[in-house]
Ligand binder design. Structure first.
Ligand code: FAD
Length: 457
């Protein structure tokens, strides 16, 4: 065996697994394989001038590389069991929260000390939401911001680099179970280890499916969230964002009884496009540095879609909807709320004459040609509901960018320790289907590392 532990993927799951394993056994020989670049080499060529849209790089500078999908994100670490994953179903509510708090301590230690931890447990806004049939989920949130998140990752890498063999730009093609241990294949080179942790995140979801097939591990997939990113003047939501930073609000639609929720709120932030497996969708982030503030706040409104048998490919459903917007707009579409309600497309001049300046250059168009009626009706209903707690949300000039899709990974069949039926092979973070967030993914890495290497009393 070359290594004690092989880790595939250097996102938060993989990083925290390596970090925690070394806390318990500093002499471990650990290899981390990452198809993307080292942090300082991660770069998206879109500069808004020469390159305006995605040119489909071999590995995406935003999604792949040290730090994983969240490296350039807003760095919101939500400490809660109410959203972000179902880790608690495997390891218990208390332990899940304890581990997320531990992850927070590490983030603070590695550069996040001056960032704010928000909490919405005792807020009067909960009552205001309930009075309007909206439900505010409880959480503490550490907002690192894109800039500090980068510094934390840089510091974590510096702490790990002399103790871990990092293989960047190394795509693992195959994982093989040996009589004892595991072998991973990267083109013509193989590496062997006693244990193996797979932490390939969302961008590795298709790959994960093939690995599970090859290793005869059961999977299922039945959920995808589809929606839009809403952009409004920051003042409209300031009473919520100043106090809570991020508010996760859930609404049940009257018409279809679907759940619609706010997601990834970015006060004074920017809307961005992102490339998942060649499909351009929309996202958003914001900075801790006041100099980078914009005048707008953005957040997603997502409708949850759960499918039942015989349909099995919920992600393909989401991709198909996103492909429609790519087909009509060459990427992300943008429409004013007023235009949507009037049943007319937005045009470049309508957007230019609007009171709100978009932070993303997207193609003005008509989202009703893209988003299925059921989801679009749900989004419109929720915008009117939000207007009651944040008047101005349903203004004519509110911008809706589409499509935002939240893909969920396959649920991989793992036990309470996130171990597959193959002893010593673990699947953690977003690629397991158990987590969908930075703090849950990181906590899952800590959990498995402790399970493997912490001395039992
Ligand atoms: C733009 C954006 C903003 C976000 N903002 C937030 C936020 O504010 N708060 C929050 O909680 N969550 C946020 N998320 C989600 C969060 O980033 C993920 O939940 C989290 O990164 C999951 O961590 P992970 O380690 O499981 O996977 P990832 O972070 O996806 O990392 C997996 C890594 O594995 C690598 N990989 C994949 N396949 C292979 C292979 N075969 N061989 C080698 N390497 C491979 C990938 O390149 C990647 O670097 C955001 C996501 C995006 C895209």
């Amino acid at each position: 065996m070359n290594y004690d532990l092989l880790i595939v993927g250097a996102g938060p799951g993989g990083i925290f697994a390596a970090y925690e394993a070394l806390q318990h056994q500093p002499d471990l020989k650990i290899a981390v394989f990452e198809m993307g670049n080292a942090l300082e080499k991660r770069h998206c060529p879109i500069d808004g001038v020469k390159i305006k849209s995605c040119i489909h790089c071999a590995t995406c500078g935003i999604m792949n590389g040290f730090g994983g999908a969240g490296a350039f994100s807003d760095g919101k670490y939500n400490i809660t069991n109410q959203f972000g994953g179902t880790l608690y179903q495997h390891i218990g509510h208390k332990q899940a929260i304890d581990l997320m708090q531990y992850v927070d301590e590490i983030n603070v230690k590695f550069g996040g000390a001056n960032t704010k931890l928000y909490s919405n447990t005792n807020t009067h806004l909960k009552k205001l939401c309930l009075q309007n049939d909206l439900h505010l989920l409880e959480a503490q949130v550490r907002h690192l911001g894109t800039d500090i998140n980068y510094i934390v990752l840089e510091n974590l890498f510096n702490a790990l680099k002399d103790h871990v063999d990092f293989y960047f730009r190394t795509h693992i093609d195959k994982v093989e179970a040996l009589t004892e241990g595991y072998r991973v294949y990267a083109k013509d080179t193989t590496y062997e280890g006693k244990k193996c942790i797979i932490a390939t995140g969302r961008s590795g979801s298709k790959w994960m499916e093939s690995i599970c097939q090859a290793l005869d591990i059961q999977t299922k997939s039945n959920r995808v969230d589809i929606g839009v990113r809403v952009e409004i003047p920051a003042e409209v939501f300031s009473h919520l964002t100043d106090e809570l930073y991020e508010s996760k609000i859930v609404y049940r639609t009257k018409k279809f009884q679907d759940l619609v929720r706010t997601f990834c709120m970015n006060p004074k932030g920017v809307v961005v496009s992102e490339n998942t497996n060649g499909i351009i969708t929309v996202n958003g982030h914001s900075y801790d540095d006041p100099e980078k503030y914009t005048e707008n706040t953005n957040f997603a409104l997502l409708v949850s879609n759960h499918f039942s048998e015989p349909f099995k490919d919920s992600n393909e459903y989401g991709e198909s909807v996103a492909r429609l917007s790519n087909m009509l707009g060459g990427g992300v579409l943008v429409q004013r709320f007023g235009d949507l309600i009037r049943g007319q497309r937005s045009t470049p001049s309508r957007i230019a004459n609007s009171f709100l300046t978009p932070t993303l250059s997207a193609t003005p168009g008509d989202l009703s040609l893209v988003i299925p009626k059921r989801q679009l009706d749900g989004i419109i209903e929720m915008i009117y509901a939000l207007d009651k707690v944040a008047p101005g949300t349903a203004n004519d000039s509110t911008l809706l960018y589409g499509v935002e899709v939240k893909f969920y990974n396959l649920d991989v069949d793992v036990d309470e320790n996130l171990e597959t039926k193959h002893k010593g092979l673990f699947v953690i973070g977003d690629c397991s289907g158990v987590t969908h967030s930075l703090s849950h993914a990181s906590a899952s890495g800590v959990y498995v590392a402790r399970y493997l290497y912490k001395q039992k009393d």
